[in-house]
Write a protein that binds this ligand. Structure first.
Ligand SMILES: Cc1ncc(COP(=O)(O)O)c(C=O)c1O
Length: 384
């Protein structure tokens, strides 16, 4: 069987785990957390990085830092993972879902601008498939209305927009090290910050609402409860494993980009003849080889493809189910208009296996997928 994802050990993860145990600190914020944070700052260009136990946790921290109150609104795509919206709903605020652009699959800046009301406090922009959203236009909207701009960069470590790294493009950014991502620790994440004035509060929120981080730096002689917060930090074992991956980041990213390019070349003729749609880096961006997807004709074509691949024991899942029409999306969120691109893309997109150790198996994926696609008539229209 060729799975969709297979987590791999790529370097010194086991040796770092042993070192963490030998050092005698398994709780958070030890040597490996420090090393990971420094490496994440280097890989994002952000001012500061705080390791969390997931991207979900980092988004929840962002929602607290945004000072969201019940009734406040946050604009975000509906085509995203539930955590983007949950973070907002947990504060009693309202996720306002807008449509995505049909080429980039990222939040549509025009629709974002149109959704701003007097209650809007923030924009949560997702960098889908690792390709950054149109951050200059979103930053313009955020500036004009005094909104916090948060990157949901769960998939986008190492990607760039106009030569700037994901994580340095908004006020805050949330990254994931879940086992399906490029750099992994099973579960894991980070909040990066570009706003110096938010760093100290972020440290407090991450440490159960205490100023423990200042205490550990010797800046206060005892630590105490000073704000709301939770336990958002990972233990040192997670950090040790993660550092083994971050240490090899260049090699991992190189491998994934090679897999992405291999897929893109292999299906190029089928896109030219209108048999399938492929991912392309939006203008001014570079990706990180996080994901390779195919855009099928319609939901039946998509389901037919998934069944065809499964018969050959190759797992090719679809992706996000739109949030605006999900039960919790209807209860906690709002969308002012229909979201036709979101509905359309979510019904047609299918993801191909993509993981560090995919190796020669990629050619079997391509062979089986091409057999299905070549049987299709040429000349489909990919855009709605
Ligand atoms: C856009 C987006 N945001 C957030 C998350 C949540 O990440 P985590 O599993 O690290 O909490 C994901 C997970 O895949 C995601 O795709």
């Amino acid at each position: 069987m060729i799975p969709f994802n297979k987590p791999a050990v790529v370097g010194q993860e086991f040796s770092f785990l042993q070192q963490a145990v030998d050092r005698g600190q398994l709780s958070g914020d030890g040597l490996f957390t420090k090393r990971c944070s420094e490496q994440i700052v280097a890989m994002t260009g952000a001012r500061a990085a705080l390791l969390t136990h997931s991207c979900t946790a980092a988004l929840e921290m962002a929602a607290i830092l945004a000072d969201l109150k019940p009734g406040d609104e946050v604009i975000m795509p509906s085509f995203t993972f539930v955590s983007t919206a949950n973070a907002v709903a947990l504060r009693g605020a309202v996720p306002v879902f807008v449509d995505i652009d049909q080429d980039s699959l990222n939040i549509d800046p025009d629709k974002t601008a149109a959704a701003v009301t007097s209650r809007t406090r923030a924009i949560f922009a997702v960098h889908y498939a690792g390709f950054p959203a149109d951050m200059d236009r979103l930053a313009e909207i955020a500036r004009a209305h005094d909104l916090l701009l948060v990157e949901d960069a769960a998939q986008a470590l190492g990607s760039t927009y106009k030569g700037r790294l994901a994580g340095s493009l908004g006020d805050l950014a949330a990254f994931s090290f879940h086992e399906t991502k490029n750099i992994i620790s099973g579960e894991g994440g980070a909040l990066t910050l570009n706003r110096g004035d938010l760093v100290e509060r972020a440290e407090i929120i991450r440490e159960k609402g205490t100023n423990r981080s200042r205490f550990l730096r010797g800046q206060v002689d005892k630590y105490t409860w000073v704000d709301i917060g939770s336990s958002f930090l990972p233990g040192e074992l997670i950090a040790a494993f993660l550092y083994g991956q971050l240490d090899q980041a260049e090699m991992i990213q190189h491998r994934r980009l090679a897999l992405f390019d291999h897929y893109a070349t292999a299906f190029d003729d089928l896109e030219q003849s209108g048999r399938v749609g492929l991912p392309h880096a939006p203008a001014d961006t570079t990706g990180n080889g996080h994901m390779f997807y195919l855009m099928m004709r319609d939901i039946d074509d998509r389901d037919g493809f998934i069944a065809h691949m499964r018969q050959a024991e190759i797992i090719t899942p679809f992706h996000y189910v739109p949030l605006h029409s999900a039960p919790a999306g209807l209860r906690y969120g709002r969308s002012d208009a229909a979201l036709p691109v979101t509905d359309d893309v979510s019904a047609r997109l299918v993801r191909l296996p993509m993981y560090f150790g995919l190796g020669q198996d990629i050619d079997r994926v391509i062979f089986v997928a091409r057999n299905y696609l070549m049987a299709k008539p040429a000349g489909a229209t990919w855009h709605i």
